[in-house]
Design a protein around this ligand. Structure first.
Ligand SMILES: [Zn+2]
Length: 448
């Protein structure tokens, strides 16, 4: 059976991920994402009403025109998890393919919200919910099967899809870290990865998340960030002024920890901001392991009213969890820092960033400005209470050891970002150009 891999997006950047695997006549697409930084750099852009070709020209969504060089039919579009760099282009490109979206339930909910907001294109592809551990037959040959293996990441219900073919398995490894004590959900299923590495024809190809491939050591568990957060908030138990926290709105486990520790120190947590309400609201509605009795406010006018109430009732009784961890100019924390909201920061008030700055010049500049403005109001800033959602080098070593793939394709980075992974794999006996395929966007790699 012919096996080809089209590396469509996310091979020159972190963002707009998209990869297609052809097995005989059947094609499965993994991820269809957005490169948010290409959108945010333009002021006031509303992608909902934009045409896909304009977004392709901006570098915001994958250039999927290479798909016409693959001879076969797309049978499924499989987003691995709900981050926008993996699902954000489905509303723009998905309708071009006569295929269902297959994903875990939480990811499906987020995809549905994305396509509901879309104004330019009609999207009526079927959306199929499939849990980690389940499989689905692909095409009519009876020889190709899709499996979801449970992984751990900075959003709940992440999976690594595996396409089983007669030539061996193709394992799509974006995005994950190895968490054996996650705060929500099951640990990463390393047992299943080791089995896949040893059953049948083994692993033909492994496509790896190289976000942190240049970082040594091992990425800690979400529990480490949770304990760091607990320690930080407990240290503020006797403080009788304002405490404000910010984190990734999609990081449901982290938001859960913030809510729990706010209550432990006698404060009422309130989630504020449109994306806070979106992700946490979805988690709450779906009945995942998340506090169901927390207030969420999404619209600006209601947010300002809530902040007024907080000031009237005494800000020492509350812990607002807000948007703006990257210093985004229009996010709530940045508005607070500029003194544009009813919430007054006083000397000694605490601001907790449970997030790391995404290493990208726009974010770094905006976050610097936000912290400076907060400091000018007298706030004390606690940054980097966070662990990454991506594997570092020892995790990459463990994955190679578990899967023992014949071919590897580094992804989710640019060329310099791949270098650490190429070094590591070379030390494990792989050779660049023979079985390590460093590639760019828009290429097709023929494996069989
Ligand atoms: Zn991700």
């Amino acid at each position: 059976m012919d096996i080809e891999i089209a590396t469509i997006g996310g091979y020159e950047e972190v963002g707009r991920q998209m990869t297609a695997v052809r097995a005989g006549d059947d094609i499965v697409i993994f991820d269809m994402g957005l490169n948010l930084s290409k959108v945010l750099i333009h002021d006031n852009i509303q992608t909902e009403g934009m045409h896909s070709l304009d977004l392709i020209d901006m570098g915001a969504i994958p250039d999927d025109r290479v798909m016409s060089d693959l001879e076969g039919d797309v049978k499924a579009i499989v987003p691995t998890h709900g981050h926008l760099d993996h699902i954000g282009a489905i509303s723009k490109l998905g309708h071009r393919y006569d295929a269902p979206v297959v994903a875990t339930p939480f990811t499906c909910e987020l995809v549905e919200e994305e396509v509901d907001d879309e104004q330019k294109f009609g999207f009526d592809n079927e959306i199929i919910r499939m849990e980690a551990g389940e499989t689905m037959s692909i095409g009519d040959s009876g020889q190709v099967e899709l499996e979801f293996v449970n992984v751990t990441h900075s959003i709940i219900q992440a999976i690594n899809p595996v396409l089983h073919t007669p030539e061996g398995a193709v394992v799509y490894g974006l995005d994950k870290r190895m968490d054996h004590t996650p705060v929500i959900g099951d640990p990463i299923d390393m047992k299943r990865f080791r089995e896949i590495g040893r059953e049948g024809n083994g692993v033909l190809c492994y496509i790896e998340d190289c976000t942190n491939a240049n970082k040594k050591g091992r990425t800690p568990s979400e529990n480490v960030a949770r304990e760091h957060l607990r320690d930080t908030l407990y240290s503020m138990e006797d403080y009788d002024g304002g405490i404000v926290a910010t984190t990734f709105a999609s990081h449901i486990a982290r938001v859960k920890s913030l809510i729990e520790f706010a209550r432990d120190i006698g404060r009422e947590p309130i989630l504020l901001g449109r994306s806070m309400e979106k992700y946490s609201g979805t988690a709450k509605r779906m009945g995942v392991d998340f506090p169901s009795d927390v207030d969420m406010v999404g619209y600006r006018r209601s947010i300002d009213q809530t902040l007024e109430r907080i000031m009237n009732d005494g800000k020492e009784n509350f812990l607002p969890v807000v948007t703006g961890h990257q210093g985004e100019p229009r996010a709530l924390l940045t508005r607070m820092a500029r003194g544009e909201t009813p919430y007054q920061l006083d000397n000694g008030d605490k601001v907790i960033f449970s997030a790391r700055v995404i290493p990208e010049p726009t974010n770094e500049g905006q976050r610097y400005q936000s912290e400076k403005l907060l400091g000018m109001q007298g706030a004390r800033v606690y940054s980097d209470i966070h662990v990454s959602g991506h594997l570092c080098q020892e995790g990459h070593y463990e994955m190679l050891d578990a899967l023992q793939p014949q071919h590897i394709i580094p992804a989710h980075q640019d060329l310099s970002g791949f270098s650490g992974y190429v070094d590591l794999a070379s030390n494990q006996g792989y050779t660049l150009g023979r079985d390590i395929h460093v590639t760019t966007n828009g290429n097709i790699i023929e494996l069989v």
